[in-house]
Design a protein. Structure first.
Length: 505
């Protein structure tokens, strides 16, 4: 007799169905696992044998083969134990064979109880995506999961409890639908704490409204870091689907009992390795890039990061995904991030300061600035040099935070409706080949763009980034066409930073 059961493993964040086939025949008695099991999975033979012995079920004196398909995928998760033992008991005729829409997750203890999973929510979200109807999982994880549409969740304490249900002795406990525990973001708006800096706040508005990457330079103490920290609060709330994605990624690193509803904000130290930033290791652990998915990745003091790590950001910034490959295979993590970075104008930080004198040599300044390569800077939409703000000018009237949020919200609404046919919600995500069919630009504004592109030696990528920024500014102003003043403002964000400082002397 052949019995089949189903379990699930994660390759990175990608769910993979594991079909478990159990059959026996005459031969040397034994329980054999095939299908590329790792040591932790192969040891399931002893855990299963001890669990069945504890329940008084005798292992048959036949040669029993357990095949874990797909056979070319290395199996490392002991959470396959539960599905294997259910398949074994179904082959023995101790219980009915489960249907193909039922999933089993859990590691067995020697007495037959189920031990908790390390990332239950990510596994259950994967089960939902793959179309399973019901999942039996360890009861210790009951408080770490949330109800998912179309998925019946049954917490199981032990193998004997499941056997009692399968034999009709009692009904299984269905996880009762309850409101998920929410991660409530702080209500304190950091934008209120920043004195003056009207130009920087305007750049933050544009960045949040169109999902444009932002790089700010300026002397220490002008508020670059505080501005970067304020950016997530200007973004719209996560949708339910985005919350599930963010929570699933976070659960791969830190088990959580909450559905995360606030935008992630990740600010790694500049000593981080390339693997720590992008993700990797043998277990396909996500890096800071993916942990910031649907949120903000802040690279404070960007030139201090390793060049190899920064240059590796080029492709993910455009594709919004990161593919990691190693000796055990490859996987793709989502990486739809909003990058905000800060930098000093020179190693000492006081180039252009009116309060301190810069003593850096021209060669050291150039060496410092060239840590950010041209191709990387070209992928960052907004370039902003932030000057020192005088105390007497810090009280300049600026739009209130409520007004700023209202403008950003209406700009998001306009973009979502406009780009709905493309399946994207923001202008920065529109493919370049399709951009012009969705943009209306006045003739004089178009002429200005062509002249500026030639004079500033803008690359083709930078040319279209300016156009996208101008469209975001037009959406903030609630106009239907890109006007000349919109384009002029957009061009200001492509000629700051180091470009006019490198050859002053």
């Amino acid at each position: 007799m052949l019995a089949r059961t189903f379990s699930l493993v994660l390759v990175g964040l990608t769910p993979v169905i594991i079909e478990i086939e159990v059959a026996s025949h005459r031969g040397v008695p034994g329980l054999i696992l095939i299908g590329l099991p790792a040591k932790a999975v192969d040891e399931a033979k002893e855990r299963i044998t001890a669990s069945l012995h504890h329940l008084g079920i005798r292992i048959r004196g036949r040669r029993t083969i357990v095949n874990l398909a797909p056979t070319d995928l290395r199996k490392t998760s002991p959470a396959l134990d539960f599905a294997i033992v259910i398949g074994l008991l179904a082959m023995y005729g101790e219980l009915p064979t489960p249907d193909a829409k039922t999933l089993f997750l859990g590691e067995l203890a020697l007495d037959g109880t189920l031990k908790s999973l390390t990332n239950p929510l990510a596994l259950l979200i994967g089960a939902q995506k793959l179309g399973f109807n019901r999942v039996f999982f360890p009861a210790p994880n009951k408080d770490q999961v949330i109800p998912l549409a179309g998925l019946e969740l049954y917490p199981v304490t032990s193998l004997s409890q499941y056997l009692g249900w399968a034999r009709g002795e009692h009904k299984p406990e269905l996880l009762s639908p309850k409101p998920p525990s929410l991660h409530i973001p702080s209500s304190e708006l950091l934008l209120h704490q920043i004195q003056g800096q009207a130009a920087a706040k305007r750049a933050l508005m544009i960045s949040a409204a169109g999902h444009h990457h932002l790089l700010m330079t300026g002397p220490p103490g002008v508020g670059k870091t505080l501005l970067a920290q304020a950016l997530p609060q200007l973004l719209p709330p996560l949708t339910h689907e985005e919350s599930l994605e963010v929570t699933a990624i976070q659960s791969l690193v830190t088990p959580t009992q909450e559905l995360i509803t606030s935008r992630p904000f990740r600010s790694p130290h500049h000593t981080i390795t390339t693997t720590g930033l992008l993700g990797g290791t043998a277990n396909f652990r996500p890096g800071e890039l993916s942990l910031a998915h649907h949120g903000v990745l802040c690279l404070d003091e960007m030139p201090e990061f390793r060049s190899s790590a920064l240059e590796a950001l080029r492709q993910p910034l455009e594709q919004q995904t990161i593919t990691i490959s190693n000796a055990f295979g490859s996987t793709t993590f989502p990486a739809s991030i909003l990058l905000v970075a800060t930098a000093n104008p020179c190693p000492c930080g006081f180039r252009g300061s009116s309060k301190r004198i810069c003593n850096c040599q021209l060669s050291s300044r150039l060496r410092y600035q060239q840590k950010l390569s041209g191709p990387l800077i070209d992928r960052i939409d907004l370039h902003l040099s932030i000057p020192e703000s005088k105390i007497e000018n810090s009280k300049t009237h600026l739009p209130s935070t409520t007004e700023i949020l209202a403008q950003i919200t209406q700009a998001h609404h306009r973009q979502r409706l406009r780009y709905q046919p493309l399946g994207v919600s923001q202008v920065s995500q529109v493919p370049t080949a399709q951009l012009e069919s969705f943009i209306k630009i006045q003739k004089n504004a178009h002429q200005l763009l062509l002249k500026a592109s030639e004079k500033l030696n803008l690359s083709i990528r930078a040319h279209f980034k300016v156009l996208k920024i101008a469209q975001t500014i037009a959406d903030l102003e609630s106009t239907t066409e890109i006007e000349e003043n919109h384009l002029a403002e957009a061009l200001q964000y492509r000629q700051g930073l180091f470009l006019d400082q490198r050859f002053e002397e």
